[in-house]
Design a protein around this ligand. Sequence first.
Ligand code: PLP
Length: 422
Amino acid sequence: MSLQSRSADEIRTLHAEMEQAYAALQQAGLTLDLTRGKPSPDQLDLASALLEEPGQDFRDSAGTDTRNYGGLVGNADLRATFGPLMGVPPEQVVAGDNASLAIMHDLVVFGLLKGVVGSPRPWGEEDEVVFLCPAPGYDRHFAICEQYGITMRAIEMHDDGPDVEAVRREVADPAVKGMWIVPTYANPTGAVVSDEVATALAQMPTAAPDFRIFWDNAYAVHHLTEERTPTADILGLCERAGHGDRPFVLASTSKITFAGSGVSFFGASADNVAWYTGLIGKRTIGPDKVNHLRHARLLPDAEAVHAHMDGHRAILAPKFAAVQEILQDRLGGHDVATWTDPAGGYFVSLDVPDGTASRVVALAKEAGIALTPAGASFPHGHDPRDRNIRIAPSFPSMADLRAAMEGLATCVLLAATEQRLD
Ligand code: PLP
């Protein structure tokens, strides 16, 4: 029965039950962590062959000694494998070091200091620079904006991507220079940008001539079902709309191989790539080619990437299923929360009654269950409705995950009944 339709007495009874359950939870002395979307050790083991590579065979397929300087754009075989997965011609892909976040950071800083292709002046010389931030979204995107004084305007995230009408209205403002978007299995909702939304983003007129979409395809191949959901072809759509320089496409192997020692990728128009390599050429003589080579051997083509990801799916899908089962079992009957059931990616996004997310996170913390701070998925860490909680099921063992989810459900019900009794 939904909480709304219960009598005050019934709510008091449920509240007392949850208080008891919560006391038991505190007694249990748990130390559980549902905070960051990290691969578990058994997922990392899938790529342990990397630790044996390249051995003494350190020349790449072109005969280059990977131990030495050079090769700014990265290993050609890897670019040939990942280009099609990113929807970018391999010659317009740059393979970088271990973090696509670092590329995104560079792109923003380069925009501020130098301007991008088509900028009338560096962004930093504008009175105000605005980025559109689909929310809930990835907290580290927002942290980059915060660090450099970029104004963030939240855009509501729907199941098929950001609210296109709102985006259209915003880009009529010339201060709007950029937009974050995770097109496939978004962090944290799992939403996938539809072809219609991608087409609208590609075609829409923007007041800023140098507007950029940061198309962060971190979860492009991270399916949780047998269906390999394709990502909209943003580069092609933008080219056909006459806005070929609009998208910056990002990806990495962080959640394919080793999260801390993977390979990142940047893809874009030929002009954007020339702009980018011109700037990074001052910052580095070249990427870690030894790491590129060992990745090229582990993942020789797109099919190898998909086969490798099937291994991740076998580990992750049961964990995501357990999250659904426990949420449904514990909260489904009370109509107090809604949550996403993603077909890929790393997160489940849970919405609890407005005004209770911070309380739920605090209760969980006191019971030894670490959750991402409430509001973390919103610009400046502020969820205007204080209702969203991001769940990251990948890292804990199944037993820990189940215990943490049961505990979380207790905290949600305790906070919801408290609120109803106030
Ligand atoms: N982009 C998104 C949407 C993410 O969720 C993450 C990690 O959680 C990253 C980027 C980080 O990627 P990388 O490890 O390549 O810096």
